[in-house]
Ligand binder design. Sequence first.
Ligand code: ATP
Ligand code: MG
Length: 288
Amino acid sequence: MGKDAEARADEEALLRERMGRIERKIAVISGKGGVGKSIVTANLAVALAWRGHPNAIGVLDADLHGPSIPKLLGMGGDLLEADPEGIRPAEGPLGIRVASMAFLLPSEETPAVWRGPLKMKAIRQFLSDVIWGDLDYLLIDLPPGTGDEPLSVLQLIPDIDGVIVVTIPSEVSEAVVKKSITFARMLKAPIIGLIENMSGLTCPHCGREIEVFSGNAGERIAEELNVPLLGRIPLDPRISEDSDRGIPFVVEHRDTPAGKAFMEIVDRIEGAMREAGRASGPGPSPAP
Ligand SMILES: Nc1ncnc2c1ncn2[C@@H]1O[C@H](COP(=O)(O)OP(=O)(O)OP(=O)(O)O)[C@@H](O)[C@H]1O
Ligand SMILES: [Mg+2]
């Protein structure tokens, strides 16, 4: 084997080893930008960490140009530390392990000016050089669309447990959501389900439900494309207020309609994972 081929084989082996220690790997995608992927990822990570899993939860912020996970989890400028074994992830609330470009750029205003191949390399390094250790879940937050980052993630993790697609209820988002679902299917990634975010608003004055975006894209697409609807998260101004404070919404507001929606979504994700495990696992052991 030539030197280059040897180095590539070593890289592959390291990637497989690191990914092999993570029980569940889930990517969060969307067709359109600004639909709430990062908010969903950060809150699901916290809700999963509350479940008392034996191992930690990890979040890979694979939005290289607009990393927002550290801010949403209230993490400062923690730098990722180099170790002889690799890069140590930063530790967020509840021991959540986080890797993000935000930790590598000198300031919030510095752009990452990278072309496709370099982005693929960066994602590969985030997956294989970061010492994720044993994780119960790794959630991967992605930029919108079907570009280099989602493509790299789905190609580099061929055994990914699935993708979660986030959408808003309006008509315009329907075609783009379908595109995301088709993209995942082309790459043979299972679709765990769809989340309809910004789904209605409870009037703070009269308590009546107001439809802010017309349509019910989530429900309709879920039915049409035969993918589960994991839940609907209403609009709540406290979601962005909390993000600005660096406190994931569920921490202080799990009993609100939006908070409950997040908790139910986690229930459904865990249910889907158990179901998938049963379908592919060795089956129940015989009764003693
Ligand atoms: N249910 C909600 N209620 C109120 N505000 C919300 C809700 N969901 C998201 N937001 C706000 O909408 C904005 C976009 O959310 P977020 O950054 O999570 O979207 P995104 O899909 O990750 O965006 P991008 O495509 O740029 O990565 C944020 O300011 C966030 O606080
Ligand atoms: Mg985002």
